[in-house]
Design a protein around this ligand. Structure first.
Ligand code: 1HN
Length: 344
C-alpha cells in the first residue's frame, strides 16, 4: 500500500496564496487524478443512439437548415459522461450522423483530423477524395484521411444518411485541428480503386511500374466485407468472425489513429472479448441483439450505434445474425506502445 497523499487543505492559507500568486500548484493533492492505480478511470460513459430516434431528427434538420448554412449537416453523438454538446463520443472518437438530400453538395474542405464514413441509409451519394469519386452504398467504409480534400454529392432520389467517425478529439486536445475550404473538385471519370487496383485480396498493382499513394484505397465495399465474414464464420475457428480493415499496400491499419474492425455474430452467439485499453464504438450494419457494457444494458437493432469506454467489460449476445463495425483507437495506442488486453 502506498501512503495517503497530502491534501491542499493541510497546507497553510498564506502558503497556498503565495503559490497561486507565483502560478504554481502542489502536485501531490492531484497526483491520483492523473495517475490512478491499476487502470485508468475514464470520464467516458457507455452511450447508445438508436437510429429510430435519430432518423426523424436528422430529416427535420434537412427541413430546418439548408446544407449551405451547415457546411456539414450533422447531429453529433455526445458522450453521456461529458454531457450533451460534447464533440466526442469517447476520449478519442468523434461520431456524428450526417444527412445529405438529393441534389445537395457539401463543399470541399481539407483538415488535419482523419475521418471514415460508414454508410447507413440511402443510395446515390458519393464522396470525392483527391479527385476520386467514391460511391457510397449501405455498409461501405469511405476514408477521408487528414490532409486530403473531400466533398460530398448526391445524384439519387432519397435522403442519404451516414455515420462519420473522426479522430477529432485528439487533434482538438493537441490544439492541432483546423481546416481550409475550396471549390468542388473535378472528378476523374473512372471507377474507384476498390473496383480497379484493389479488386482482389492478395493482388496489388505491380510495384515495378507504379508507386502507391499513401492511402491507395479510399472505399471498402460492404459486399466484400460481408462475403469475407461469412466465409470466416463458416470455416474459421468458431469464435466470433472479425476482420480488420487495412491499407492493402502496407498491411497497416487504414488510419494512423483509428482502427476499424468488422464483426459477424451468428443468431444466438455471444461474445465476451478481453478488456481492451482502447475506447470503442459499435455500429450495427444489420441484426439485433443486446450488449452489457460496464453493467449498462444496450438493446440494439439495425443502424444503431453504441460506445464503450477504455477497459470496459463487454458482453454481446446476438438474437439474429448480426454484422457490426467496431471503431477503436488501437492503432494510436500501439504507436504509443501501451495498447493492452486483459483476460476476463
Ligand atoms: C467533416 O469534414 C465531415 O467531411 C463531417 O463530412 C463531420 C466533423 C468535424 C470535423 C470535420 C465531412 C466533421 C468533419
Amino acid at each position: 500500500m502506498s501512503p495517503q497523499l497530502g491534501t491542499l487543505e493541510e497546507l497553510p492559507q498564506d502558503y497556498r496564496d503565495a503559490m497561486t500568486a507565483a502560478g504554481v500548484a502542489p502536485l501531490w493533492p492531484m497526483m491520483r487524478n492523473v495517475l490512478p492505480h491499476g487502470r485508468p478511470q475514464p470520464q467516458t460513459k457507455p452511450g447508445h443512439w438508436s437510429f429510430d430516434a435519430l432518423r426523424p431528427l436528422l430529416l427535420r434538420a434537412g427541413d430546418l437548415t439548408p446544407v449551405e448554412k451547415a457546411e456539414r449537416r450533422v447531429l453529433v453523438l455526445s458522450d453521456p459522461g461529458r454531457g450533451n454538446g460534447a464533440l466526442q463520443a469517447t476520449s478519442s472518437i468523434y461520431l456524428g450522423m450526417q444527412l445529405l438530400l438529393p441534389g445537395e453538395t457539401a463543399p470541399a474542405h481539407v483538415h488535419t483530423p482523419s475521418a471514415v464514413r460508414v454508410m447507413v441509409e440511402g443510395a446515390g451519394a458519393y464522396t470525392v477524395v483527391d479527385g476520386e469519386k467514391l460511391p457510397m452504398q449501405p455498409g461501405d467504409l469511405v476514408l477521408t484521411p487528414g490532409g486530403e480534400w473531400h466533398d460530398h454529392g448526391h445524384d439519387g432520389s432519397e435522403p442519404v444518411i451516414w455515420l462519420d467517425a473522426l479522430d477529432l478529439p485528439l487533434y482538438v486536445y493537441l490544439e492541432g485541428s483546423y481546416a481550409n475550404e475550396g471549390p468542388l473538385q473535378a472528378q476523374r471519370n473512372r471507377p474507384d480503386a476498390a473496383q480497379v487496383e484493389y479488386r482482389a485480396a492478395g493482388l496489388v498493382p505491380s510495384r515495378a511500374r507504379s508507386r502507391a499513394r499513401r492511402y491507395p484505397m479510399m472505399r471498402y465495399p460492404w459486399a466484400h466485407t460481408e462475403a469475407a465474414l461469412r466465409e470466416m464464420a463458416r470455416f474459421g475457428d468458431h469464435t466470433v468472425a472479425e476482420m480488420d480493415y487495412i491499407n492493402p499496400e502496407t498491411g497497416e491499419d487504414i488510419l494512423p489513429a483509428l482502427g476499424f474492425t468488422a464483426m459477424m455474430l451468428q443468431a444466438g452467439q455471444d461474445d465476451s472479448p478481453p478488456l481492451r485499453s482502447c475506447s470503442q464504438a459499435f455500429h450495427v450494419v444489420s441484426g439485433r441483439g443486446h450488449s452489457v457494457i460496464d453493467g449498462k444494458r444496450v438493446d440494439w437493432g439495425p443502424k444503431d450505434t453504441f460506445t464503450a469506454p477504455v477497459f470496459a467489460e463487454i458482453d454481446h449476445k446476438a438474437d439474429e445474425e448480426s454484422f457490426l463495425i467496431r471503431v477503436h483507437d488501437r492503432p494510436l495506442q500501439e504507436k504509443l506502445a501501451y495498447y493492452e488486453e486483459r483476460a476476463r
